[in-house]
Design a binder for this molecule. Structure first.
Ligand code: NAD
Ligand code: UDP
Ligand code: UDP
Length: 322
């Protein structure tokens, strides 16, 4: 029989957090979702609010939190460059002070703790595809540093709490993930391109579009989270979670145009500073330790994501008209 656990999800009303809360409830757990609503919205969890096993609390992880839980998923942090560069000091505080508070909590209640780290710890990588032992090429003083270095410091804290206090830690390095409930205006490439295509607006390619990313559909990623949390205590990570399928940004634009049937033109804008030129996960460790690999190809995931944004944009239009 499965044991009902009390699970804390920080950043729980965000894109990934809301899918995770849903999955944990479906597995029969009690979910405590905390969020300061900086980038996430209550709309993402409206359908969960009637569930007695779901609790939503407004809280900022940079402040201490005293609750009793068995497991913690620490996802709180804005993830899109537009959002995390909006208030860079707060971004670093969220990653670093947030990690300290959640680790302190995990230490006190002896909870297992998961950290949503990122492929950004590899920066603009010299090793391709990226393996977990690659130490990265991050500019510590550039506009992306508040996020990249904040996440790197959080990893340091996780491993020091593990070594110093025997905490059970699970560090996932997440590569670009997409799907329903991404914020329509958060500036990430998949949501931008889909929204532009559905509105018949030009698609904005930064640089010449030859830079690459590897896109993982959200359901695949959440399966990876669950498996990592359930793995033996010796599996601490860091472990790459992402889809190894690598595409240029131009290919992504063309695929979005094909799937939406849009007539949008491609327009080219300057490449932002420190924008990584290539990114692809090596997921050998995840295959070995978690028996995990993504199942949903980009084409299928895009179809589902396009259907979500199509519906969202229609609803927004109706609301604006009424
Ligand atoms: P998101 O912006 O949709 O969600 C982040 C959530 O954290 C939001 O609901 C936001 O309101 C909340 N938050 C921000 N600061 C907070 C604070 N100080 N206290 C409490 N809540 C706070 O982003 P997402 O894509 O769901 O990302 C979730 C996590 O996964 C982040 O930690 C992100 O760095 C990591 N990640 C995501 C991706 C991706 O492609 N989606 C890739 C790598 C890493
Ligand atoms: N903390 C928390 N909830 C807890 C326990 C601790 O938020 O249940 C925070 C607290 O603010 C503390 C931080 O976690 O500053 C780190 O805790 P730790 O016990 O590691 O260190 P210390 O209390 O000695 O600073
Ligand atoms: N990008 C783009 N057009 C957009 C938004 C992003 O060409 O409208 C590019 C961006 O420069 C980067 C890639 O798409 O090379 C992925 O950007 P995103 O912000 O989604 O994620 P990250 O850079 O953090 O991987």
């Amino acid at each position: 029989m499965m044991l009902r656990k009390r699970v804390l999800v920080t950043g729980g009303v965000g894109f990934l957090g809301s899918h995770l809360c849903e999955r944990l409830l479906a597995e029969g757990h009690d979910v405590l979702c905390i969020d300061n609503f900086f980038t996430g919205t209550k709309d993402n969890v409206l359908h969960l609010l009637d569930n007695h096993h779901f609790e939503l609390v407004r809280h900022d992880v940079t402040f201490p939190l005293y609750v009793e839980v068995d497991e913690i998923y620490n996802l709180a942090c804005p993830a899109s460059p537009v959002h995390y560069q909006h208030d860079p000091v707060q971004t670093t505080k969220t990653s670093v002070h947030g990690a300290i508070n959640m680790l302190g909590l995990a230490k006190r209640v002896k909870a297992k703790i998961f950290q949503a780290s990122t492929s950004e710890v590899y920066g603009d990588p010299h090793i391709h595809p990226q393996t977990e032992d690659y130490r990265g090429n991050v500019n510590p003083i550039g506009p992306r540093a508040c996020y990249d270095e904040g996440k790197r410091c959080a990893e340091t804290l996780f491993f020091d709490y593990h070594r110093q206090h025997n905490l059970r830690i699970k560090v996932a390095r997440i590569f670009n993930t997409y799907g329903p409930r991404m914020h329509p205006n958060d500036g990430r490439v998949v949501s931008n391109f889909i929204v532009q295509a559905l509105k018949g607006e030009p698609i904005t390619i930064f640089g010449d579009g030859s830079q690459t990313r590897s896109f993982c559909y959200v359901d695949d990623l959440i399966e990876g989270f669950i498996r990592l949390m359930a793995s033996g205590d010796d599996v601490t990570g860091p472990i790459n979670l992402g889809n190894p399928g690598e595409f240029t940004i131009r290919q992504l634009a063309e695929q979005v145009i094909a799937e939406t049937g849009a007539k949008s033109k491609l327009i080219f804008k300057p490449l932002p500073q420190d924008d990584p030129l290539q990114r692809q996960p090596n997921i050998t460790l995840a295959r070995q330790h978690l028996g995990w690999e993504p199942k949903i190809p980009l084409k299928d995931g895009l179809k589902r994501t396009i259907a979500y944004f199509d519906d969202l944009l229609r609803r927004m239009k109706v609301e604006a008209a009424s």
